[in-house]
Design a protein around this ligand. Structure first.
Ligand code: HMG
Ligand code: MG
Length: 295
């Protein structure tokens, strides 16, 4: 019998998207392709490859089409992307993605700065995207614990957005600790608020690691039955529109935290980090220094 302490854990690799969207120096398209190809050999089943967002907002990922065209797709691996609107969906479909993610926030200020919309407007914008998408749709709720502009976020606000995203047809909701400030107590409090209303298998945790809490937070989530965690190989990551949002939790650290449960080969991830590292600027971009500032 599988118990909570040995149940399989699914890791969603977001390094090529979240990791590279915050880089100060342009990363060559060929290097992104080599990174994804190496990640594909690790046992990961899902890789977020890039974003089909407005290039003026995230110029680092304006080669999304070329990256998708260049990767070698491995059977059993889903290659996904971020999509902010119907235009992004059309681009993603042309690129033959296996899944898309829409993204909003639990904080109005962050939503405005990141996607130039209120939370309600963003959900309205997603309705036709989800309806028309022929591939599964994930929804991100950023600032699920803390907002760089509004401070601590009430679990009730996260619950509201999560239920709306589920109601419009998102299959999985990834809860973002966008600036890596959450504590294990806060993870417990949020899940206590969500789990009576949302099936645990529809929730994922997306933890940035600003203060080194991310692995403990993932373990706190797993103890409450969460089995899907986002990670970024090499600990790359950050959002240019979230001041103080450095790397995601390293996928390697998640593999080590859940031994024998992820099906992912840590050594292959380490090799993948070695493929991309020579192409990275030191420490990624300062918040707001990439692309144009949010309106
Ligand atoms: P806007 O400026 O309000 O929209 O941006 P717009 O409709 O006025 O479009 C502006 C320009 O972009 C227009 O072109 C559009 O055609 C074009 P122009 O007329 O100026 O030449 N455009 C597009 N082009 C290509 N593909 C598209 C597209 N859409 C519009 N899909 C918008 C609104 C949502 C588009 C913009 O704010 C945007 O793209 N934001 C994305 C920001 C982003 O990607 N942030 C990082 C990802 S989120 C994150 O990292 C958090 C997460 O990791 C979880 C966590 O950590 O919490 C997921
Ligand atoms: Mg993120």
């Amino acid at each position: 019998m599988t118990t909570a302490s040995d149940a399989p854990i699914r890791l969603v690799e977001v390094g090529p998207r979240d990791g590279l969207q915050n880089e100060s120096a342009p990363v060559p398209t060929d290097a992104k392709i080599a990174f994804v190809d190496q990640l594909s050999a690790s046992g990961l089943r899902e890789i977020e490859v890039s974003s089909f967002v407005a290039p003026g907002w995230i110029p680092q990922l304006d080669d999304a089409e070329a990256v998708f065209a260049g990767i070698t797709r491995r059977a059993g691996v889903r290659y996904t992307c971020l999509v902010p609107n119907q235009r992004g969906l059309a681009r993603a479909m042309t690129a033959r993605v296996d899944g898309i993610s829409v993204f909003t926030a639990a904080s109005e200020t962050f939503a405005r700065k990141n996607i130039n919309a209120s939370i309600a407007e963003s959900i309205e914008r997603f309705v036709p995207v989800v309806k028309e998408s022929p591939v599964p749709v994930r929804g991100y709720v950023s600032t699920a614990f803390h907002c760089p502009f509004e401070g601590p976020i009430a679990p009730a606000a996260v619950l509201r957005v999560t239920l709306e995203l589920l109601a419009i047809g998102c299959q999985e909701i990834s809860l973002g600790d966008t600036i890596g400030r959450a504590t294990t107590d806060e993870v417990g409090r949020l899940l206590d608020a969500l789990l009576p209303r949302c099936p645990v298998e529809r929730l994922a945790l997306h933890l940035h690691d600003t203060f080194g809490n991310a692995v403990a937070n993932a373990e706190a989530g797993a103890a409450r039955g969460i089995s899907v965690f986002d990670g970024s190989t090499g600990g790359l990551g950050g959002c240019p529109y979230a001041p103080g949002a450095p790397g995601n939790v390293a996928t390697e650290a998640l593999v080590a935290a859940f031994p024998g449960r992820t099906g992912v080969d840590r050594d292959v991830l380490v090799r993948a980090a070695g493929v991309i590292r020579p192409h990275l600027g030191r420490g990624g971009a300062a918040a707001g220094s990439t692309g144009r500032s949010a309106k």
